[in-house]
Design a protein. Structure first.
Length: 313
């Protein structure tokens, strides 16, 4: 019943989170019952053939199940297509600003200024893009168009899924941007701007004292993170495989950050007058690393718990 589950998960993923569990149980039971009846009439009927012959696009089915009293920004037949287009547009906008931020970082050498400048301009760009997307769908509705792109659907397009939790494109895009900038910093292409001002001058001769092997591991994990983020952007729902990969990746990051935080003399500075507050900055850095470990650990527990819950049934 994997295909039937995947179809039901895809349908409920368009609905509010609070309704998904109950709605999934109803849809899946109905699908299993209908499939059994069809198999009795057509022995050897596969789940894929059943879905292709008896069911329509998950988005269109989700539209039929939506409350008739719901308030729609665009007509019901376009509503979920509109939301999907908005999510895709957001991912494109984020990636676009990431590229602009990278160009700015290379041009100015100011990694954080370029990063926050790119992030800060995302809302305004997305506002204009979102308004354009809305205009397109309103125009389609006014012209009496139908969502014909939902008619050419094949059950083979369904991706196996063991849950109906959507992958956040915003979170994934942030992971992509952060990993990209961090990797460029690790390989010394970009530099962190001076952030400490002491005795009338900026302190810029900071050094991070960790073994070369840790830098290599960090670079590999960041490179993997970029690829994994790009892959997640192409997915809709979380699967057991994606969760398992996330758990392993998180555990590796926790181990790496913990090792870095345990280093004696993690930071050093050649500026003599800055040496007096070096212990405070180093302690703050280690506390920041440990806080990052706690956040990653929480994310790992959440994914691990959901992975075990799906495995049990």
């Amino acid at each position: 019943m994997n295909m039937l589950k995947a179809y039901a998960h895809q349908v409920v993923s368009y609905h509010p989170v609070a309704q998904r569990d109950e709605l999934f149980a109803e849809i899946f039971d109905e699908l299993c019952e209908e499939f059994s009846d069809q198999q009795a009439q057509i022995p050897g009927l596969s789940e894929m053939d059943f879905l292709n012959s008896c069911k329509q696009h998950p988005m269109r089915y989700a539209t039929q199940l939506a409350s008739e009293n719901s308030a729609y920004l665009v007509g019901p037949q376009f509503y979920f297509s509109f939301l999907s287009a908005l999510k895709t547009s957001l991912a494109i906008v984020v990636v676009f600003h990431l590229v602009i931020g990278l160009v700015g970082a290379f041009a100015s050498g100011n990694i954080w200024g370029a990063f926050w400048g790119a992030v800060g301009s995302i809302p305004q760009t997305f506002l204009w893009v979102g308004a354009s997307v809305l205009g397109v769908f309103v125009a389609l509705e006014k012209r009496g168009e139908r969502a014909t792109w939902l008619e050419k659907w094949d059950a083979a397009e369904l991706k196996p899924s063991d849950g109906h939790q959507s992958i956040s494109r915003l979170e994934t895009s942030f992971d992509l941007g952060f990993s990209t900038f961090a990797l460029l910093w690790v390989v010394d292409i970009l530099e962190i701007p001076t952030v400490v001002h002491h005795d009338g001058e900026w302190i810029s001769d900071w050094s991070i004292n960790v073994p070369e092997g840790l830098w290599l591991v960090a670079g590999l994990l960041l490179l993997f993170g970029i690829g994994f983020s790009l892959y997640r952007l192409s997915c809709t729902l979380w699967t057991s495989r994606l969760r398992a990969i996330t758990v392993v990746d998180n555990i590796l990051w926790i181990g790496l950050l913990a090792v870095v935080a345990s280093q004696t003399g993690l930071l050093s500075v050649e500026h003599q007058s800055a040496a007096e507050f070096l212990p405070i900055i180093e302690k703050s850095t280690k506390v920041g690393l440990l806080i990052a470990c706690v956040i990653i650990a929480w994310d790992t527990l959440v994914h691990g718990w959901r992975l075990l819950r799906n495995a049990k049934g």
